[in-house]
Design a protein around this ligand. Sequence first.
Ligand code: TRP
Length: 320
Amino acid sequence: MTMSTISNNKVPETSDACVEILLGLTARQKHISPKYFYDERGSHLFDQICQLPEYYLTRTELRLMDSHFDEVADLVGPRASVIEFEAGSNIKIRKLLDHLAEPAAYVPVDISGDYLLKQAAALTRDYPNVHVQPVFADFTQPFDLPQHPVMPERNLVFFPGSTIGNFAPGEAVELLKVMRLEARPGGALLIGVDLRKNPGVLHAAYNDSRGVTAEFNLNVLRRLNTEFDGNFDLANFSHLAIYDESRGRIEMRLISQKAQRVIVAGQEISLAANEFIITEYSYKYSLDGFGALARSAGWKPERIWVDENNFFSMHYLTVC
Ligand code: TRP
């Protein structure tokens, strides 16, 4: 079958991307948008991170799913359309579709087209009764939803992996508002949220002993080299994740090992020795903290599931 994507949604142009990258690298605190992590190599490295003994997030969330998706399916009811923000792990969406009663549709929404199409094609093959219709869009802005042959009884927005933590709280509220809009009246949200905990556990999760996380972080520079004409020497940068306990966030850094000049997107960037570039934040929440954030975006918390260590949470919320 042919897989068409919805094309009237706004997708940034390459020139916008250059401007964004240069603004980030010339800012007082240098930063690069985390959306550059997930090219093919980055996605592969992230899969490896998810299997690291220190990276408790994925494992814990998968266990929560196995234990509680029956209950989730009861709450969602039959013939739902699942809208996944960021076409993420195949395993998670399959688990969800396997538990839901007669899911009507699956709409993965992502900015990266290739992966989206590959994943959608595999799901179309394996779930012939689910209308799989990818949407190629920047989901931080409202986007158009496709029509389905079977009218869904409700929209379920699915956002696992604690990716919500990669948005600053203000942006997270805006994203939760977009989700509420797309879920429509009667809709729901199933979201994974990593919790605040012992800083040692967090530090280990983001600075693994095998250096996979470091490779993953450095891959962003490799991408700037190939896609934006950069000449970063990866050997001159090192990875460090630090936990800011007062803000409840992990900060991913690429530290310049020496004073150096680099060219990217036609512009020279100077870095001092030990100056760092921030590539991503990973905010951790308390259960109450996340509840308050979601409420402020128009969501009504219905159910929360937490593992026995209180490491990770899964929340089911409905549109107010
Ligand atoms: N969304 C993941 C998280 O916040 C991303 C991630 C895991 C990550 N490890 C990383 C990002 C290391 C940068 C560097 O947990």
